[in-house]
Each structure stands twice: as structure tokens, then as C-alpha cells.
Write a protein that binds this ligand. Structure first.
Ligand SMILES: O=C(CO)[C@@H](O)[C@H](O)COP(=O)(O)O
Length: 218
């Protein structure tokens, strides 16, 4: 069963809880949290303070995508703020094994992702250590960008590797997903779909979520 993880980055920051209530009402399980440091990516989003404050009133699985340099420095803080999954970038970690192991030791689900220009072969050897492999279908840093078609081949390669090696790793995709390209995205073999602007800025949130699940189930 494919699941949708709406990206908080595109929510209405002046009334976040109202948007979260709508997601809850639409039976959303995962919430995607994009953390940007202005160094690893050219944008700054929000940090563990905000995550901690929304954790109090929300039971979603907090799927935290760290677009920050050397994320190993802040893993405890993201755990304490309420993250359930922590995903780090291949390019951001000087010691990737140590970073992945630390997330595991903290008792969290381990995620690994990579920028669009990084070859998919670079991350395959690490998949045995991760629970979620996130394929970026835009350059990380901003919501509302166009979907990169070549990301679907990356999903297919990763899926083949996971199946051949009998790994227990979900595939997530993030960036530029809309209802019009969703069917192709699902057919490539993903388990989790992140969507921001199409969920929060395209009419009623609940209606958009239902459109996604209708396509997931078609
Ligand atoms: O991580 C990112 C961007 O860096 C994404 O999570 C986007 O926020 C997704 O937004 P849309 O492309 O769906 O608007």
C-alpha cells in the first residue's frame, strides 16, 4: 500500500495546526519535515523547535529530511523533538556509516537520500543499513519545482537492487509530484510519496489527499 507524506514546507505557516487538522481528518499517517540549513541547500526552513511544538498535538509519523551539512551533529535534538524517521544526505556526511549507525542507535528509522546529480550506484551499498531510501525528484531546497523524469529510472534501479538482495527498505520519492504524474511515479515502484505544493496550495487539502489515494488504489 502506497502512502502519502505531505510536506509541511508548503503548509500555511501562519496557521500550521489548521492544515495539520485537515491532514488528520483525511487519515494521513506520515508528515514530511524538510529541514534546510542555508549551507547544504540555498534555503533555510525550520528546525527542531517547530517540530517539538507540533509533536504535542499530532500523532503522524514524523518523517524528517535533513538537508543540512554534517547532520550527525544534531541527531539527538531531532530525536528529542519527536522525529520517527531521520533521512540524511549521502553528500552531507563525512562519515556516512557512522551517521546511519547513530540514527539506528537512537532507536529511529534510518533514511538515506542523495541529490539528483549523484549516481544511484553510490548509495546502493548502504541500502542494507537503511529503512527508507528517498529519491529526490527535484534539486533539494525549494518546494514547487518541476519533476525530474529521470528519477523514475533511479527508483526502478533501487527497487531492482532491493528485490535482488531481499532488503527491507522502502522507497520514497520527493519533489514535483502532482496528480498528473502520480500514476507513473507509483508504477515505478515507490512506497511513499512526498507532495507539498499540490496538497497545500491546490484547493481543499482533504480533496487533494483523496485524489492521491484514489490514484494509489487505481
Ligand atoms: O524536499 C523538498 C524540497 O527540497 C520537497 O519536500 C518539497 O518541499 C516538495 O514540494 P513540492 O515539489 O511537492 O512542491
Amino acid at each position: 500500500m502506497v502512502e502519502l507524506a505531505p510536506s509541511l514546507l508548503s503548509s500555511n505557516f501562519s496557521n500550521i495546526q489548521a492544515d495539520l487538522d485537515k491532514l488528520k481528518d483525511a487519515n494521513i499517517k506520515y508528515l514530511h519535515l524538510d529541514i534546510m540549513d542555508g549551507i547544504f541547500v540555498p534555503n533555510i526552513s525550520f528546525g527542531f523547535g517547530l517540530i517539538k511544538s507540533i509533536r504535542k498535538n499530532n500523532d503522524f509519523i514524523f518523517d524528517t529530511h535533513l538537508m543540512i551539512d554534517e547532520p550527525i551533529r544534531y541527531l539527538e535534538e531531532f530525536k528529542d523533538s519527536g522525529s520517527d524517521i531521520i533521512t540524511v544526505h549521502y553528500e552531507a556526511c563525512s562519515d556516512l556509516n557512522k551517521t546511519l549507525e547513530k540514527i539506528r542507535k537512537l532507536g529511529l528509522k534510518v533514511g538515506l537520500t542523495f541529490k539528483p546529480k549523484t549516481k544511484v550506484e553510490c548509495i546502493l551499498p548502504y541500502l542494507k543499513k537503511v529503512d527508507v531510501c528517498l529519491v529526490m525528484s527535484v534539486e533539494p531546497g525549494f518546494g514547487g519545482q518541476s519533476f525530474m523524469e529521470d528519477s523514475l529510472d533511479k527508483v526502478r534501479n533501487i527497487k531492482k537492487y532491493i528485490d535482488e538482495n531481499e532488503l527491507n527498505c522502502l522507497i520514497e520519492i520527493d519533489g514535483g509530484i502532482k496528480t498528473h504524474n502520480l500514476k507513473r511515479v507509483i508504477d515505478s515502484g515507490v512506497d511513499l510519496v512526498v507532495s507539498g505544493s499540490d496538497i497545500f496550495s491546490n484547493g481543499e487539502i482533504k480533496d487533494q489527499v483523496f485524489k492521491y489515494y484514489k490514484i494509489f488504489n487505481s
